[in-house]
Design a protein around this ligand. Structure first.
Ligand code: ADP
Ligand code: MG
Length: 243
């Protein structure tokens, strides 16, 4: 049975913008405790798909099952309540506020800021993402800003964390630290949906890959069993033989 035992199962998910299908009848299962890549060229539909999973865009057609049950994810709040955390490609942080103040904005108002700062500091240490909760965002590097988004997602104790092209803004050293964080999440049984167009990092860190091209799934595989050429064919088509 498709989707049985999966944490998240996407069935025939479609998003039309006018008559253009950004996502076209996509099927995808994410297991517990796996790092699952969503691999595809720019414009393949990766961000559109995960925006539907996080309640930012409404699907035109199709179903989402969470732990085997059909769900309707109408807003990011709905997604967080289910146990989905998201790290967007473009951050939404207020420069003039501190790290803790930014995190507080997406949480329940009743949580005191002091407690948020303490928990953010503890989580950032535990996951190897050093962050001073009292620092002002304006003073932070782009890598540090991404850590805020990750810690913000982790504070809600998600079962699935989605990262949209996280390494595109990181140095190779920062990317290595991020991969260690992802391995720790996996070791805890959490699932990661990891969006990238970089074959080598997907082959290095992911257990499974779903490949998108022009809004459609062109392959699902264990990326470590593939060659760069076979993955590239799924990403860009059979006419491109050499990479
Ligand atoms: P990816 O994240 O794989 O680079 P996207 O999901 O951002 O791709 O975009 C997939 C396709 O959908 C692209 O052709 C893009 O231009 C189009 N698209 C994305 N968002 C919109 C929108 N809001 N309105 C119209 N077209 C869109
Ligand atoms: Mg994108």
């Amino acid at each position: 049975v498709p989707g049985s035992g999966a944490l998240l199962s996407v069935q025939q998910l479609t998003k039309l913008f006018g008559s253009f299908a950004a996502c076209n009848h996509i099927d995808l299962d994410i297991a517990h405790g796996e790092i699952h890549a969503l691999l595809g060229e720019n414009g393949a539909g990766k961000s559109t798909l995960v925006k539907m999973l996080f309640g930012v865009l409404e699907p035109t057609e199709g179903h989402i099952l969470w732990e085997g049950q059909p769900v309707s994810i109408g807003s990011p709040g709905d997604a967080r309540k289910l146990g989905i955390g998201m790290v967007f490609q473009h951050f939404s942080l207020f420069e003039a506020l501190t790290v803790a103040e930014n995190i507080a904005l997406s949480l329940d108002d009743s949580i005191p800021i002091g407690r948020i700062a303490e928990e953010a500091r503890a989580l950032s240490r535990a996951y190897g993402l050093p962050l001073d909760p009292h620092a002002h965002v304006a003073d932070l590097s782009v890598g540090e800003r991404q850590r805020i988004e990750i810690v913000r997602a982790l504070l809600q104790n998600p079962k699935l964390i989605i990262l949209d092209e996280p390494t595109s803004v990181l140095t190779p050293q920062e990317a290595d630290k991020l991969f260690e964080t992802l391995f720790k999440l996996k070791a805890e049984g959490k699932s990661v949906l990891y969006i990238s167009h970089r074959l080598e990092e997907v082959q290095r860190i992911c257990d499974r890959a779903t490949v998108l091209r022009n809004g459609s799934v062109t392959g699902a595989c264990d990326p470590r069993q593939e060659t760069p050429a076979s993955l590239a064919r799924m990403m860009v088509g059979s006419d491109v033989a050499t990479v």
